[in-house]
Design a protein around this ligand. Structure first.
Ligand code: ADP
Ligand code: MG
Length: 135
């Protein structure tokens, strides 16, 4: 699908999030500024309404309270198993949380086998092509 504004992407993400269940893992790939964080913001509006989401660029992991816990990772700076280990990822990956992982490509060998992969491509200033796969 194609979106033509950040709000559009958030709406698409909110619709997608209505299908999510506790324990689901959602990986987000796309360049800097593609809209990965915008997508998580839209999804969070359904999973944890009223909660303010922020990019975990520096914190690596944000935790939001919803009907089930919602965890939001940014793996941009995570390059190896040791640095991944220290994020706490391995403690939460098989839990009842819904987990969003930006830059999931960086931790490909450690992703759960079953996951959603959202790929976002920036086609223009405000248009994005969003693809959703289920593995
Ligand atoms: P990422 O997390 O992938 O680095 P962000 O979500 O932080 O990206 O930023 C996306 C940027 O692109 C924001 O500045 C947003 O306003 C802008 N933008 C423009 N058009 C769109 C769109 N259709 N969908 C999502 N973001 C868009
Ligand atoms: Mg981001």
């Amino acid at each position: 699908m194609t979106t033509s504004s950040p709000e559009d992407t958030e709406r698409a993400a909110a619709d997608f999030a209505r299908t999510l269940l506790p324990g689901d893992c959602v990986c987000l790939d796309g360049d800097l500024g593609a809209g990965k964080t915008a997508f998580v913001r839209g999804a969070a509006s359904v999973l944890c309404p009223g909660v303010r989401t922020q990019s975990p660029t520096y914190t690596i992991m944000n935790r939001y309270k919803g009907k089930c816990p919602v965890l939001h990772f940014d793996m941009y700076r995570v390059e190896d198993e040791d640095s991944l280990y220290s994020t706490g990822y391995f403690d939460v990956i098989e839990s009842d949380a819904v987990i969003f992982i930006e830059w999931s490509k960086n931790i490909l060998p450690y992703l759960p086998e079953h996951r959603y992969v959202i790929s976002i491509v920036k086609d223009g200033e405000s248009t994005r092509t969003i693809k959703c796969e289920r593995l």
